[in-house]
Ligand binder design. Structure first.
Ligand code: GTP
Ligand code: MG
Length: 641
């Protein structure tokens, strides 16, 4: 359990920790000289369990109370389990008492105790006044239910009662779930002789073990865990709710900064913008308008950000709502993370909130669908929220894993609960998936009516027509799924309906067998229907009918009017086009003709065919290979639109 202090300057936080743990956490000469805390202080204490149960380690984080060091208090207070709100009996609640209390609430710290210090300095009447003032201050807040301990760090009065209370709390304390990948908010990095780089911080999720590889976020530098101190004692592993010191191999102390995160499991969750639920604190009467610049405190970091209320144009003080934030520097964020905002001069705590989505869409941020999604993310349990989210837009598996910090098995369970269709690493709402399916089938059916001699619609043209928003991978999986269900069939680079198929009779097959060698003789300029008719002495209409049927089977392709090519030869010509494109960055009819022989007119007709099926696109007199094209496996590197 990690216990953090909070409270106004000089109210006795450091003295209290000293009295509880025997350790003076003000280490800096400047702290000694000025008699105030500047940096965070850390101390630990073992407490014995009842009967034979093992002892537990309490970790204390002592924060400075000075108004100039609220940023330090903020980085110390994120991730604590239990707060000690320290108030001097002679002073009563002061500005930073209120501000720290506010911060604790905004960071979601639910548990704690109020400690009234310096009782040796006041008489009973003053003590009572202070207690009344405290009661007024905490009314309506989580702290309203916290126990109160009057103590003196000078005489020791009340200290043992407080200690006993913390001991009981430590054993009652429900260990937070170790779900998710390991995340530690870095607060210090230093070197130890003979050991190398040591990084300390509070673990916010998951478990880390000796030998694990962690990455530093947002920089992405990776390091191996050589050894672990958990709550100041050697350990094989460390987990959420513990103060950890990690000895890291493969990373220099200079490359680690306070405010960064050490994460496990390849978690990659940095973002420059996110959507959140925000509370605009009622204390300062500040209105949050579009684009308001603020300091954003998240974990142990502090970045400049701009705020954009989403539901209204302005957020009055004392209200809560959905907001979009744009950051001046990337942060490693996860859904559910708490943050606090302060004004641009870093003088006032304006409010705080929790992260809902670390990858908001570029457009339609304030659309009804989007707001409904954000409300679901805020109000509903994970599976229901995710279902709503993918109803508005498909979501990538990886985006979900990183944005929500989920381990593989957690991800699997969640996705199963939503009933989402997973294709190409993307989650689709089942009803959206059916929409895509219907659009594809409709486009294929229409093509069969319009162009009965074609085996179907070229793969990528179909994508552009029916489902342009789908990624290539998701689309391929969708086509595969439809093929698996017998709803479509792939014939070469064409997608058609299985029913759109001609059965060749014996006589038709025989005729085709006699035509095929003719087409193969001059493969890149085969005879047209009329030429074939005169070569084999069979009426033109019969030859045309035969080749149309063969085209439906996919063995020939109708490239131009009455001009059928053997399908494998068309693929070869596509390859030639691609070679020219890769060599020259463009394809001209003359170059293509030089490669395939024959006349210029035929070369142009073939290139026009490639334009039509979506392999190339025309730009004035030239042709460019499309990036996603039916022969894409030939051209993973092809550049073009
Ligand atoms: N008489 C008396 N003096 C106390 C008590 N607790 C703290 N003090 C004195 O109050 C002064 C401030 O105490 P600190 O513990 O440094 O206060 P702090 O809250 O840590 O101050 P910052 O870290 O600067 O915010 C010191 O001179 C302490 O000796 C107490 O219970 N009784
Ligand atoms: Mg102090």
């Amino acid at each position: 359990m990690i216990i953090g202090t909070a409270g106004h300057i000089d109210h006795g936080k450091t003295s209290l920790i000293g009295r509880l743990t025997g350790r003076d956490t003000d280490r800096l000469p400047e702290e000694k000289r000025r008699g105030i805390s500047i940096e965070l202080g850390y101390a630990y204490l073992s407490v014995e369990g009842l009967r034979n149960s093992a002892s537990k380690r309490l970790g204390f984080i002592d924060v400075p109370g000075h108004e100039k060091f609220v940023h330090a208090m903020l980085s110390g207070a994120t991730g604590i389990d239990y707060a000690l709100l320290v108030i001097a009996a002679d002073d009563g609640p002061m500005p930073q008492t209120r501000e720290h209390l506010d911060i604790l609430r905004l960071l979601g710290v639910q548990q704690g105790a109020v400690v009234v210090t310096k009782i040796d300095r006041v008489d009973a009447a003053i003590g009572d006044q202070t207690i009344t003032a405290i009661a007024t201050m905490v009314a309506g807040q989580p702290a309203e239910h916290w126990p109160l301990f009057p103590v003196s760090s000078v005489t020791g009065e009340g200290i043992s009662e407080l200690l006993e209370h913390l001991r009981i709390k430590a054993f009652e304390f429900e260990h937070r779930s170790t779900e998710g990948m390991f995340r530690l908010a870095v607060d210090r990095a230093f070197t130890l002789q003979g050991l190398g780089t040591i990084v300390t911080g509070t673990a916010h999720s998951g478990v880390v073990r000796v030998g694990d590889t962690l990455s530093l976020m947002p920089s992405g530098v990776s390091a191996r865990v050589r050894s672990i101190h958990s709550q100041d004692q050697p350990a094989q592993e460390g987990c959420i709710g513990e103060r950890l010191a990690l000895n890291l191999a493969g990373i220099s102390v200079e490359s680690v900064c306070r405010g960064e995160w050490l994460v496990g499991g390849g978690l990659n969750n940095t973002s420059l913008r996110f959507d959140a639920q925000l509370e605009n604190s009622s204390h300062h009467n500040r209105i949050i308008s579009q684009g308001l610049e603020i300091h954003l405190h998240h974990g142990s970091s502090d970045v400049i950000a701009k705020l954009y209320p989403l539901e209204r144009d302005r957020m009055e003080s004392g209200t809560s709502g959905l907001v979009h934030l744009q950051l001046a520097a990337p942060l490693a964020l996860c859904k559910g993370d708490r943050f606090v905002i302060r004004d641009s001069q870093a003088r006032l705590t304006l409010g705080g909130g929790s992260v809902l989505d670390i990858a908001p869409p570029a457009r339609g941020r304030r659309s009804l669908g989007r707001l409904t999604t954000l409300q679901a993310l805020r109000d509903l349990p994970p599976a229901a929220a995710l279902t709503q989210m993918i109803l508005t837009a498909p979501m990538s598996f990886e985006g979900l894993r990183h944005g929500w910090n989920l381990q593989e098995n957690e991800l699997g369970t969640l996705v199963t609960q939503t009933g989402a269709v997973v294709a190409g690493g993307v989650l689709f709402h089942p009803s959206r998936w059916l929409d895509y399916r219907d659009r594809i089938l409709e486009a294929v059916d229409q093509t069969h009516v319009r162009e009965p001699e074609m085996p179907g619609l070229e793969l990528n043209r179909l994508r552009r027509v029916a489902s342009p928003q789908l990624s290539q991978e998701s689309y391929s999986e969708l086509i595969e799924a439809l093929a698996g269900q017998g709803l479509v069939i792939q014939r070469g680079v064409f997608v058609g309906r299985p029913s759109h198929k001609a059965e060749l009779s014996i006589a038709e097959k025989n005729l085709w067998m006699s035509i095929a060698p003719l087409l193969n003789e001059t493969p890149y300029n085969p005879p047209r229907v009329r030429d074939i008719a005169s070569l084999v002495h069979i009426p033109e209409t019969e030859i045309r009918a035969n080749l149309r049927k063969v085209a439906r089977v996919g063995e020939v392709t109708l490239v131009a009017l009455d001009h059928f090519f053997l399908t494998p030869r068309v693929s070869e010509m596509a390859e030639i086009v691609l070679e020219i494109f890769q060599a020259h960055g463009t394809v001209r009819a003359a170059d293509f003709r030089d490669r395939i022989g024959g006349g210029r007119k035929v070369a142009i007709q073939i290139l026009e065919f490639f334009d039509r099926i979506g392999f190339t696109r025309r730009l004035r007199d030239e042709h460019l290979v499309r990036r996603s094209n039916p022969y894409a496996e030939l051209a993973p590197e092809a550049q073009s639109a």
